[in-house]
Write a protein that binds this ligand. Structure first.
Ligand SMILES: Nc1nc2c(ncn2[C@@H]2O[C@H](COP(=O)(O)OP(=O)(O)OP(=O)(O)O)[C@@H](O)[C@H]2O)c(=O)[nH]1
Ligand SMILES: [Mg+2]
Length: 243
């Protein structure tokens, strides 16, 4: 995170992690497609001929506060999922404020999802970050394909963990904004707790995240939006701490 008091500007780094071909780049492309012209920067991708991410993708997003005076800048990265890019993944993770793990819903990919999760944990550790303290959201993508893990199974998985779990079909933009907005909210809340961002910058975090969702074409209140998640993070995520 970078903080510029004079400009009332905070910059955070979010990373989309996960196994090869799970749909990380597709998530970024969908967000880029939905973001209004004043919010989105240029989507930078570097891929091989067969669309595999070679280094990383970067989508810069800027959301302004209601008074137009304060801004939240987001650097949204994807890592390359292929096993040979382990060192790049570690590099891209440096300084991450929050992570979305994009998993492939197909039963056949279960092992690769688990490996990606362990890889994430290890790379965070190497960067001096404790996974347990990092805002993390899980997305099960490719719900449109045959032979995917059932909703019931995902619910069981979600209630066991503390991370919010979302279902998605990134190619159709389904579940993409929900995943992103939830990660943004968790990350904001975590940074606010450790750095008192709202107080120092006089920004209302809820308002900022609501504004971000609006600039991604969502008019439902963001708490309703992220209420579609399966388990994880308890009721406080939806109610802002009030029971
Ligand atoms: N059917 C289906 N295909 C998807 C979905 N999301 C992504 N894909 C396809 O899966 C392939 C891989 O998607 P990418 O977004 O490039 O995957 P990635 O995670 O960035 O892959 P790496 O960069 O190699 O790590 C592409 O052909 C996408 O069109 C989805 O929800 N459903
Ligand atoms: Mg990619």
């Amino acid at each position: 995170m970078q903080l510029d008091f004079a400009a009332r500007e905070v910059t955070i780094k979010l990373v989309y992690y996960g196994p090869a071909l799970s749909g990380k780049t597709t998530n970024l492309a969908a967000l880029h497609g939905r973001a209004g012209p004043e919010a989105r920067g240029r989507l930078m991708t570097l891929e091989t001929q067969d669309d595999r991410t070679l280094f990383f993708d970067l989508l810069p997003l800027t959301f302004r506060s209601k008074d137009g005076d304060a801004s939240l800048r987001i650097k949204l990265y994807t890592v390359p999922g292929q096993p040979i890019h382990a060192a790049t993944r570690r590099l891209v993770l440096q300084g991450a404020d929050g992570v979305a793990l994009i998993a492939d819903s197909r039963v056949s990919e279960t092992q690769r999802n688990a490996e990606a999760f362990l890889d994430l944990r290890q790379n965070l550790r190497d960067n001096g970050i404790d996974l347990a303290r990092l805002p993390l959201v899980i997305q099960f993508n490719k719900r449109d394909l045959p032979d995917v893990r059932s909703d019931e199974e995902l619910v069981r998985l979600a209630v066991r963990g503390k991370e919010p779990v979302f279902r998605a079909i990134a190619t159709r933009g389904v579940g993409v904004v929900e995943t992103f907005v939830c990660l943004l909210w968790l990350t904001w809340r975590s940074l606010d707790q450790s750095h008192q961002l709202s107080r120092k910058l006089q920004i209302d975090g809820e308002e900022l995240v609501t504004g971000a969702a609006r600039q991604l074409g969502i008019t439902t209140p963001f708490r309703d939006l992220i209420a579609v998640r399966m388990g994880g993070a308890g009721a406080d995520l939806a109610s802002g701490g009030a029971p």
